[in-house]
Design a protein around this ligand. Sequence first.
Ligand code: APR
Length: 268
Amino acid sequence: MSQIDWSHVKNLVLLSGAGISAASGIATFRGSGGLWENHRIEDVATPEAFNQDPQLVWRFYSMRRLQAGHAKPNEAHKALDAFAEKFNGEITLITQNVDGLHRRAQKKSHLDAICMHGTLEKSRCTHCHEIYLDDMAWLPSEGMPRQTGLLRTDEQANSDALSNYKIKLSDGLPLSPCCQELLRPHIVWFGEEPLFMPKIFASLERCDLFASIGTSGVVYPAAAFLEIAKSHGAETVLFNVESLPQQEHVDLYIQGPAEETVPQQFSL
Ligand code: APR
């Protein structure tokens, strides 16, 4: 297998997708056993679905919070964090994942992932859009909400953590402390604009190496990032366990499970 030559890389952009968390036991979206196999996207991941049935949508995201809370960062998340600590250049990590595993893999590095599709451990007010740290599973049919383990104890103490407020409920679902309106998961649903796009586009324009890890590359705008980086002169690397049509267009295609290939490639 070819090895990435890091000696000339000064500005690196990484894009991760569900495949990087597969070894942590988090289901990917597409393919057999994928999350969307058991759910119609439009029933749980659209603003219309939330307006129509907030209980169902909160149930879906509460179950995902519980699952992610039990999961642990795997060797791929850890290798990126360790690499960032040593790498003598700029790194931008963009993730489509909402599981918080890049954040939880952070040791000494300051590799804060840009969570373009939002993140499970946050909720926001449906009225004024104020964002709160919130790792509760809101499951009204099962009685009291449960903590999911997505946040560390010190994070729970942050002033924007929902646990610091006395929360009123409406039909078992949480109301925002700011407006007393329904809180919603801080997740980008289908039909909504991904977050931090100006910052992401700026990073794509100036990187000299772009690596995509564990994403099927079918959901836009993330699916276009590789081409954008390439058109601005970046070398491109694709990591996936399967063959993908995009592999024809990259400088290096690394096939295999990310939890093995990422530690092999991201070492200095
Ligand atoms: N290592 C590397 N790649 C893997 C692994 C692994 N261990 N396991 C699976 N993969 C690959 C699959 O081959 C697939 O190409 O990860 C990819 C996962 O693709 P998707 O399930 O489509 O996930 P993703 O690309 O992150 O989806 C993008 O779609 O529904 C939305 O908002 C959701 O952020 C998500 C977006």
